[in-house]
Structure formats: structure tokens, C-alpha cells
Design a protein around this ligand. Structure first.
Ligand code: PLP
Length: 392
């Protein structure tokens, strides 16, 4: 490999306004965060319930470290699997209405495991084209024949299934789409899977903790493990902690525990982290008002933004993207918002398809009504300025 190729690729990234630089937070995660010495209102984290810096999670983590140590010291199957991991698996199974669950150190890994343990060469995997990168990567690397269907277009999916050859078939979809905020129609997917003898994997990363009667997500309660055999979720979003899980029937989880390389060949996450997640699950149970407030903020943001004529996408979840189209415009709006004290990231290709750059606004249970109102005002002002720019 020649370094000049790397320089060249980096230069192209910059020219295309695709350069990425992580903002450095000088504070804990939260609604108010410190960046470049300045406090800004954060509208881009996935900490939907405001738990990442909740003192009770912090305390659970600290006590967990004191009792269980800073690291797990080994992979699960060797000797890194401690009591809190075990408890967490039981609690996640209960939350999602499944017989069992298996934890992973990240959602990326859980998704690789959920796909690659079940399909490989000679099999077929079908994915919504807007699925999360971890699912797409999992499918591509699995060795199975990889087919993408148009976003939420289940007749297109059926068409592909009709042409499918032999081997196992796995249908894969985000529950809530991470960059769009819209939702898969699980009922339809279940019907298609049944009709075509396929297995269904739903990644409910953004539904867990947010949607459902008790925060069980989009799939948990209404759908059985027969209908949705593989359910994945992460613990680093609404639950404010870190890690992820796969939930399913006992036999599916037993199989993963024996054969999932992403479970077997990696160090178990520190048990203290599981202690923090267990605390988050307690709070989820005891404080449903967090979810209610969050959904109220979503509603009021949408009402105000639509009234202001902003190009909102069609989403009923805390992910409320504003479609701008060009990379430069997304960057300009993000920077203008930053100057006014709001943190909202510009999402550009390849995270989203070319020409669909956007601001990915996310709401949080701890945002006040006033903060939401201020954001809409700032956005409306940007829209008005843009219009003047075009007329000039
Ligand atoms: C964030 C995300 C993941 C990855 O989860 P991590 O725990 O952050 O690795 C997987 N799927 C979806 C849909 C996500 O949004």
C-alpha cells in the first residue's frame, strides 16, 4: 500500500464535504454539553431517556467496579462471565418477552453474530437498503447471497424471495431506522417471512427503552419468538449504558452461545457496565413518565416544525431528521446552529444515500419545552435566510 493513495482519498473526502471530525465533549453526556469551552444544547445524542449521566447509573457503575473489578479479564466462555452478566441476560429476556438473551459488548458485534451465525455460503440474506451499516456489513461478510430491497417496500422483497434459490433465508430490518426515524412494518415482515419460510431478524436499537407499553420496543411484546426469531438491541442508546444483546428462544440463544464467534472470541464487557444497565432497566420500569415526556417532546417538536414549514421527514420516534439534500447545506446549517448554541450533527453519505444529507435531530426526555421551541425558532430563521439567499 502506498501512502499517496491515502493522502489522495483524504483529500477527496475533504473536497466532497464529507470530512468527519468528532466534536470533543468537555463534559458528561446530557442535554447541556460543553464544547470548545462553551455550553450548547444537545440535539444529537441517542441518550433518549437522559440516563447516560444519571447519578444512579453512575453509582451502580462505581459500586459494580468496587465489587467486580474494572475489567472482566476473559471471554464469557473462559472465565469472564460474572453474576451481573447473568442477571442482565435474564432481565433483557423478560423485557423483550423472550426465553433467553445473550449480551455482547456492542450492537455492531451483536448484529454480526445474529446474521453470520445463521447464514453463510449457499444461503440468502435479504435486507432493507437503509438498514444500519452493521447489518449490511454482516450480510456482505456472511458469504450468503446478499439482496437489498427498496426501503419498506415489501412487495419488492416478495419479488426477490420468489426468485430465491435453495438454502436458508434470512430477512433483516431495522425496527426504527437510525437515520430516518421511520419504522419497519413488523406485521408485514412476519407475514412475508412465514409465507417464504424465511427467518426474520429485527434490530430494535432505537425502539428498546423508547417504544412499547413498558419500553420493550417495537417487537418485544406483540410478536413472538416464533414470528421474530432474532431480536437485537443495544444498551448504549435509550438505556444510557453500553453493550448490546440478542433475544430469542432458548434453542436460538444456546446455539449462539456455542457458535457465535463474536460472543466467544472477545473479552466480556466489564460486569460493572452490566450493573449500570441493570440500574437503567430498574429506572425504565419505575419511571415510565420519562418515555411519556419524550414522546410529548417529539409531538411538540413536530407540530412546531411543520407549522414553520421545515422539511421534516415522516417519523414518530425521537429521531427527527430534517432533509436538506446537499452536503454543504447540511454542514452550513449544523455550523450556524452551533454558533447559536445548539449541537446538531450533519449526516452525510455514505451514512445516508447520496443527495440526502440531513440534520439528524434527536429528542431527549430531559429537553424542556422551551429548549425544543428555541431549536425550532433557530431552524425557522435558517430557512428564512436560505430563502433570501436564493432570491438574491
Ligand atoms: C447504533 C446502532 C447499532 C450499533 O450499536 P452499538 O451498540 O452502538 O454498536 C446497531 N444497529 C442500529 C440500528 C443502530 O442504530
Amino acid at each position: 500500500m502506498d501512502r499517496s493513495e491515502l493522502y489522495q482519498a483524504l483529500a477527496e473526502r475533504k473536497e466532497q464535504q464529507l470530512w468527519r471530525q468528532p466534536p470533543v465533549l468537555e463534559s458528561a453526556q446530557g442535554v447541556l454539553v460543553q464544547i470548545e469551552g462553551r455550553e450548547v444544547i444537545n440535539f444529537c445524542s441517542n441518550d433518549y431517556l437522559g440516563l447516560a449521566a444519571d447519578p444512579r447509573l453512575e453509582e451502580a457503575l462505581i459500586q459494580g467496579v468496587k465489587h467486580w473489578g474494572a475489567g472482566s479479564g476473559a471471554s464469557h466462555q473462559v472465565c469472564g462471565h460474572q453474576r451481573p452478566h447473568e442477571q442482565l441476560e435474564e432481565r433483557l429476556a423478560a423485557l423483550t418477552g423472550r426465553e433467553a438473551a445473550l449480551t455482547f459488548s456492542s450492537g455492531y458485534l451483536a448484529n454480526l453474530a445474529a446474521v453470520q451465525t445463521f447464514v453463510g455460503r449457499g444461503d440468502q440474506v435479504f435486507q432493507d437498503r437503509l438498514n444500519h451499516a452493521s447489518l449490511l456489513d454482516a450480510g456482505l461478510a456472511s458469504g450468503a447471497r446478499f439482496r437489498r430491497f427498496h426501503h419498506l417496500d415489501y412487495s419488492h422483497l416478495e419479488g426477490l424471495l420468489k426468485q430465491a434459490g435453495s438454502g436458508r433465508r434470512l430477512l433483516v430490518s431495522d425496527g426504527v431506522f437510525s437515520m430516518d426515524g421511520d419504522q419497519a412494518d413488523i406485521r408485514q415482515l412476519v407475514a412475508v417471512a412465514e409465507q417464504h419460510q424465511a427467518w426474520l431478524l429485527i434490530d430494535d436499537a432505537h425502539g428498546i427503552g423508547v417504544l412499547g407499553e413498558k419500553g420493550e420496543g417495537l417487537v418485544g411484546d406483540p410478536f413472538t419468538a416464533q414470528q421474530v426469531p432474532l431480536l437485537t438491541g443495544t444498551l448504549g442508546k435509550a438505556l444510557g449504558s453500553s453493550g448490546a444483546f440478542i433475544a430469542g428462544d432458548q434453542v436460538v440463544i444456546d446455539y449462539l452461545r456455542q457458535f457465535a464467534r463474536q460472543y466467544i472470541y472477545t473479552t466480556a464487557q466489564p460486569a460493572a457496565q452490566a450493573c449500570a444497565t441493570l440500574q437503567a432497566l430498574d429506572i425504565l420500569e419505575k419511571e415510565p413518565e420519562r418515555r411519556w415526556t419524550l414522546l410529548q417532546r417529539v409531538k411538540s417538536f413536530r407540530q412546531q416544525a411543520l407549522a414553520a414549514g421545515l422539511p421534516l421527514m415522516d417519523s414518530a420516534t425521537p429521531i427527527q431528521p430534517l432533509m436538506l439534500g446537499s452536503n454543504q447545506q447540511a454542514l452550513d446549517w449544523s455550523q450556524a446552529l452551533r454558533d447559536q448554541g445548539f449541537l446538531v450533527t450533519a449526516i452525510r453519505p455514505p451514512t445516508v444515500p447520496p443527495g440526502t444529507a440531513r440534520l439528524r435531530i434527536t429528542l431527549n426526555a430531559l429537553h424542556t419545552k422551551e429548549q425544543v421551541g428555541l431549536l425550532v425558532e433557530a431552524l425557522a430563521e435558517l430557512k428564512a435566510q436560505d430563502r433570501e439567499g436564493w432570491n438574491a
